[in-house]
Design a protein around this ligand. Structure first.
Ligand code: FAD
Length: 446
């Protein structure tokens, strides 16, 4: 059955997945994408060359039939490889074994696979076609076409055009979306550890972290043997992007704080000078849709900071849930309202957890009390399977709603704090008391 016509703005990660899922379900899907076709023109990235893919993201890819194709290019990351200031390293595993890991994937390769899938499912993607404006009275889009504009009729619009969404901007002329952007006072810069003739210069199966208190570096592996390094620094203070300005400044900072990484980044000076400094922040909206005419999804609705590696994973979960509700119900206004009701608490929860995770990554992973809390967390998880479940596990390895992970995580952190207060080792902790607290405060997970 041919269902309604759907017009999607943006063929990035979320737009291309949604186009695939809707076309597979019989919708007539047109997608307008600002950039040229990356399969012909090369991928114009802009940010984060690789991404951490977790269970929610894999689920979207499985539904789209892409698990095998992406599985072949994804690099397993078993845990955080912490690089201490004195040069020694330690692996903090994410899960119990290799069934509980995350994966590093190349953004461009992933996007191109999703575009292939969207077209194979029957969607039409119009490349080099940025949305300029929407005439809501006449239900037409204005698309930039060379030096002029072309007009396209639409029935239903879905904005997957990212954090700076042009569709969102045009919706605000019709409805107050309650938009609020909270900038993070830290930015980022990407650098590269090249491969050594196809070999990795460090342990490939880990997400490397150099935590340094108020700032940090991370590195994710790429399939061909390199690592993409991201330096996160405050915008102000010392060190910050206000004090580390030139290639010389970067060289000095790395020699002092990231010496083992510096030895592996031959082009540090030119990478630092030439690569842009990225800005980060959280986008909050009170409303995501305009009756049956338009809906926002992915970063266009809820851009978050990248410290839980969940922005794309969350956007993929959006796409799967939206396609499921659209398949069940033809009343688009009701579907959009239902989607917003279901997803917004989850988007708010992962936004909060992503902000909290920045402190954990850059600071706490090097802290003895934090490590004791993690050891106790593992002990309690083993004593109470299905009841005391680490928050990271719920976010990363399950598809439990983010809001459930957040709420239970708050309770669990309180229990861990209470039990580890003033303690130096796991042997000093009263596990019978821990059992009582858990029985009282945490119901078994459904
Ligand atoms: P985008 O990827 O921004 O795609 C939007 C698309 O819309 C683009 O193709 C763009 O060209 C197009 N577009 C824009 N304007 C228009 C227009 N006017 N007309 C037509 N098309 C338009 N997430 C993870 O899950 N794991 C990670 O490890 C991770 N790491 C990250 C690291 C960094 C440094 C950053 C910044 C983000 C990271 N994220 C990560 C988040 C992830 O990048 C985003 O959540 C994800 O890209 C959102 O996908 P999207 O399709 O909604 O938006």
């Amino acid at each position: 059955m041919k269902r309604n016509a759907i017009t999607i703005i943006g063929a990035g990660l979320v737009g291309a997945l949604l186009a695939t899922l809707l076309a597979q379900r019989g919708f007539a899907v047109d997608v307008f994408e600002r950039r040229p076709d990356p399969r012909k023109a090369g991928f114009i990235g802009g940010r984060s060359i690789n991404l951490a893919l977790a269970e929610r993201g894999w689920h979207g890819l499985r539904v789209a039939g892409l698990q095998e194709r992406i599985g072949a290019i994804a690099v397993m990351m078993r845990g955080r490889m912490v690089h201490h200031l004195d040069g020694h390293t330690e692996l903090l595993r994410y899960g119990r074994d290799d069934s509980e890991v995350i994966w590093s994937v190349n953004r461009g390769t992933l996007n191109m696979a999703l575009l292939d899938a969207a077209e194979a499912a029957g969607a039409t993607v119009h490349f080099g076609s940025p949305l300029h404006a929407v005439d809501w009275e006449k239900s037409t889009l204005q698309i930039v076409d060379g030096g002029s504009f072309t007009s396209h009729p639409f029935t239903t619009l879905i904005g997957a055009d990212g954090a700076g969404s042009a569709l969102r901007a045009t919706m605000t002329s019709m409805i107050d979306l309650g938009e609020h952007f909270a900038p993070l006072d830290h930015g980022y810069k990407e650098l590269e550890i090249p491969s050594h003739g196809g070999a990795f210069a460090m342990e490939p199966n880990a997400l490397h972290i150099w935590p340094r208190g108020n700032y940090m570096c991370i590195a994710l592996p790429n399939a061909e043997g390199s690592f993409t390094v991201t330096l996160f620094l405050p915008n102000q203070g010392n060190p910050s992007f206000a004090t580390v300005v030139t290639a010389d400044d970067a060289q000095t900072l790395f020699a002092r704080d990231f010496a083992d990484a510096l030895a592996l980044i031959p082009d540090l000076r030119s990478d630092f000078a030439n690569n842009p400094t990225g800005m980060l922040g959280t986008l909050y909206l009170d409303r995501w849709h305009l009756d049956s005419r338009a809906l926002l999804i992915g970063d266009a609705a809820h851009a978050i900071v990248p410290f839980h590696g969940q922005g794309m994973n969350c956007g993929f979960e959006d796409a799967v849930e939206l396609a499921e509700v659209m398949e069940r119900d033809d009343d688009i206004a009701a579907v959009f309202a239902e989607f917003e009701r279901r997803r917004k608490p989850n988007a708010d929860a992962i936004a909060a957890m992503a902000l909290e995770n920045y402190v954990e990554m850059r600071d706490s992973v090097a802290d003895a009390h934090f490590l004791l809390m993690r050891t106790l967390e593992r002990t309690l998880a083993a004593r109470h399977p299905g009841r005391f479940v680490p928050r990271y596990w719920m976010v990363t390895f399950s598809r439990l709603p983010y809001s459930v992970a957040y709420e239970r995580g708050e309770i669990q952190t309180k229990i861990l704090r209470e039990l580890t207060q003033g303690k130096q080792s796991i042997e000093q902790i009263d596990l019978q008391h821990a059992d009582k607290l858990i029985q009282q405060q945490l119901a078994p997970l459904a």
